[in-house]
Design a protein around this ligand. Sequence first.
Ligand SMILES: *Cc1c(COP(=O)(O)O)cnc(C)c1O
Length: 404
Amino acid sequence: MKDNELFKFLNDELERQNNSIELIASENFASKEVRELCGSILTNKYAEGFPGKRYYGGCVNIDNIETRAIELVKKLFNANYACVQPHSGTQANMIAYYALLETGDKILSLSLDEGGHLSHGSKVSFSSKYYNVEFYHLNAFGRIDYEGLKKKALEYKPKLILAGFSAYPFEIDYKAIKEIANEVNAYFMVDMAHIAGLIAAKELNNPLKYADIVTSTTHKTLRGPRGGIILTNSEEIIKKVNKACFPALQGGPLENIIAAKAQCFYEALTDSYKEYIRNVKENTLACSNEFTRLGDINSGTENHLFLLNTIDSYKVNGKDAQELLEEIGITVNKNMLPNDKEKPSVTSGIRIGFAALTTRGATKFDAINIADIIHDYLLKNISKEEAKIRVKNIVKNLKKVEEI
Ligand SMILES: *Cc1c(COP(=O)(O)O)cnc(C)c1O
């Protein structure tokens, strides 16, 4: 028996997704196959443990599925070992810390307001309660200050140095950070949640060459189900990771989601996915360049996202920009800029990404057009009605979300 009220909400959400321009850099549209596996009968099965070592009977098919996911993700990222059970990116990070650190140990990371993630030691996250977190910073150009990072590491002597961010538009010098980590005898952890898809497609450097441990989500540029993974080349570390995952921090794995992860890894190994990622980069750059051409201040980009300074470009803070754009069918998130003077709930800018819209077939011309609409609307050059019509004209040519 169906809860009609609930299914109406589901339908409303499908409409919203189909009718808006989705520019949230951490979102994407998963394929039919990924969604089919998420909603499959695999949700019925308990499978505490790992392939070949389960606490319950009847796991033969589940073992095949989880082993397939592990093999595919190892191939995709050129890793020796993988754990595909973390329920989310935050869980993956919690598991990684738990595997390598004792409570009270020191972590050196980038703060949330400079592009880091909540789980990297934010005041409101478990990570700052259980560990001692110090932050390194960006330089005046919004790039990682590697010299400053080194100074902090030598001073602070962290047990773990963390790179990999939520709002950082540039490539990361993993080799430089690994050398610093070696010097102070720290683990080097990379959280590639945002950029995993670009790394899979070889459009950004692969951190596994240098990092001791790599965590990721599977639902951002990787375009899979909502979930997490952990990769490493060390047998010793994967043993600790698996123990931290189960039984320390999680119970039964979500095998329906693990199957969907396997499908997403399979898709990410194809040439068409590589082409998709090249298009994501091209669209993001085209949009950022158009803002620059219009005189609007933005970070520039080397990946799938950039930051737009709305306060200096249009005299509108990030929160208001987000709300204004939502009125015309453009979805973005407010975001702290480097050295932002506003509170995290207000901010001075927005984050724009093209992973999701490119999945729906958006082109470079759409990306340029979108920059023009945002520019015109936030400067009040055009009315809400006109902005809405221009958004509709783009949306009507995009692929339907349910057909991806
Ligand atoms: C999104 C993100 C996460 C968290 O992922 P959730 O699945 O939302 O828990 C962790 N780290 C980084 C860098 C992220 O961007």
